[in-house]
Design a protein around this ligand. Structure first.
Ligand SMILES: [Zn+2]
Length: 105
């Protein structure tokens, strides 16, 4: 008898994997989860939230760590920002793993 693989992803029981939702765009996370620090790690932030790679790139392309710490440490603040609002509207109907080069500000 082959030794049973105890790999999490190979369990025979139907276990419902909790689906992470992106902190920024609220869509389910795809194949890759990026853990974003709403308050930058370099500024002492310890909380982490799941985001898509492209959402993480967009946040960091639009804001400096100083901006993030002082004004944009909540999803509400980010979503009130014009560029982020436009991005979230745009990404809403893209595949979950959609990625694209992000223009630097
Ligand atoms: Zn996202």
């Amino acid at each position: 008898m082959a030794k049973k693989n105890r790999n999490l992803w190979d369990d025979e029981d139907e276990v419902e994997t909790p689906v992470l939702h992106c902190w920024l765009c609220a869509r389910p996370i795809g194949a890759v989860t990026i853990w974003h620090h709403p308050i930058p790690k370099s500024r002492g932030g310890r909380d982490q939230v799941p985001v898509h790679p492209i959402c993480n790139k967009t946040i960091h392309a639009n804001f400096t760590n100083s901006d993030l710490e002082k004004r944009y440490s909540t999803a509400e603040a980010l979503l009130a920002h014009e560029a982020i609002k436009r991005f979230v509207d745009w990404i809403a109907n893209k595949p979950l793993d959609f990625d694209a080069p992000t223009k630097k500000r």
